[in-house]
Design a protein around this ligand. Structure first.
Ligand code: ZN
Ligand code: ZN
Length: 291
């Protein structure tokens, strides 16, 4: 079985959404079953039989005050209940769709995060460290994040990734080596820190995602890079498979590369979720779709 457990119904950014809106308006809106069905059909065309829609928490008005950041506040316009109902309606129509959320790690907002997660019937909760020292580390428009020295960037990132994993709030840690997105790789001198982080994530009992999204980014490489994926495997950390699509055409994109990386790292199963309960299923191309 193949799955895609990380995707969004809209692009990020007010301008990008306005430009893309005519696409979903023709289907009855981005929360319509017809628009969600486009994601499912693209998944099935690539031999993927189950997807999870994992909207960013910062898209929702109820999280608007969690972070004092202009991007975050501008994004927070949607109703979380309506999103959950939309995914539920698609599932009621027979589509193989799980309800997920990409939940930012904000260490001073753990009470709000826990309350949000308790209010909605999520199948899978992704934990993402996007913000560090008030900067969005994966946002090309946040030039200040470039000024963080690379050793500080990675040391602080790994500390927050481990804290998130140990918080008990999350099922899967997203794009675990995200700071490399613009080419700033972890310095070799920090290799011991990386080992410690892998061990802590293993002990926390969360999964990590193998994401093809990095192949579409400046770094041009999966998250996590293959040798780090192998370290997670050796430490016994389970994996999910994902694309982080922000439009239907990117669902399960570049999966031959991602599946080969998982296999190369020694993974024979991937993690499936239902109601936040994980199970392992064989990692296998068994649909009729093209690769
Ligand atoms: Zn993310
Ligand atoms: Zn995402």
């Amino acid at each position: 079985m193949l799955t895609d457990y990380h995707m969004h119904l809209q692009p990020d950014g007010v301008g990008a959404r306005a430009a893309a809106a005519p696409r979903w308006d023709a289907d009855g809106g981005h929360l319509s079953t017809a628009w969600i069905a486009r994601y499912v059909r693209r998944a099935e065309s690539r031999a993927v039989s189950e997807i999870a829609i994992t909207e960013h928490v910062y898209r929702f008005a109820e999280a608007r005050d969690w972070l004092d950041d202009p991007f975050w506040r501008a994004e927070a316009t949607e109703d979380a209940g309506a999103f959950c109902d939309a995914v539920g309606a698609a599932r009621d129509e027979g589509l193989p769709v799980l309800l997920g959320i990409e939940m930012d790690w904000l260490p001073d907002r753990t009470d709000e995060i826990a309350a949000f997660l308790a209010r909605h019937p999520f199948d899978v909760v992704l934990g993402s460290v996007h913000f560090l020292h008030g900067h969005a580390i994966d946002n090309p428009h946040d030039a200040d994040s470039e000024r963080l020295p690379v050793d500080v960037l990675w040391t602080d990132y790994l500390e927050q990734l481990v804290a998130a994993a140990e918080s008990g709030l999350y099922d899967v840690m997203s794009h675990p080596d995200l700071p490399k997105v613009f080419g700033r790789r972890i310095p070799p001198a920090l290799d011991g820190l990386l080992d410690d982080a892998v061990a802590a994530i293993a002990a926390a009992g969360v999964a990590i995602e193998c994401s093809s999204a990095g192949l579409r980014k400046p770094i041009g490489e999966i998250y996590p890079e293959p040798s780090l994926l192998a370290r997670f495997r050796r430490a016994g950390v389970p994996a999910t498979l994902s694309s982080d699509a922000h439009a239907p055409e990117d669902v399960a994109r570049d999966y031959p590369t991602a599946v080969a990386a998982l296999r190369g790292a020694g993974y024979e199963t991937i993690t499936r979720f239902s109601g936040r309960e994980p199970t392992q299923v064989p990692l296998r191309w068994d649909g009729g779709g093209s690769r």
